[in-house]
Design a protein around this ligand. Sequence first.
Ligand code: T46
Length: 134
Amino acid sequence: MSLINLIDFPTLGDERGSLVALENSNNVPFDIKRVYYIYGTAQGVARGFHAHKALQQLAICIKGCCRFVMDDGVNKEEIILSSPLKGLFINSMQWHEMYDFSADCILLVLASEVYDENDYIRNYESFIEGLPYV
Ligand code: T46
């Protein structure tokens, strides 16, 4: 199974411009409890380098672009997010790293739970040890 799970969002735009609607359990596969966004990332900075124990997320690059590397402990796949019409589903226990943020990048992230630092696995060896199949 691919590590890159993209969800397409229809644009509801008209001659005035574009509009995208994100809805719980419709085009977002979980109930949204938190929204955050990452912007103004300095050139050359990499972010992420963790997995979540239970959290599910959907990452949408609503402006600019950035590159995600997804890792299940066995395989790695990467994708460049550059469209407000595509969301990258980040499942629990998927190690992810983000690189190559454009200067104008705004990365919007929808999350299934409120912030909990205890849900993060920030050490790669601990991540591997926590996988049932490795
Ligand atoms: C993820 C990727 C895609 C909060 O206090 N509340 C929040 O909701 C978030 C997301 C972060 N924080 C604090 C925790 C750190 O002190 O903000 C600081 C920066 O967070 P972090 O270093 O985890 O940022 P990234 O870009 O490495 O990771 C973020 C999310 O934290 C993470 O869940 O999956 O984006």
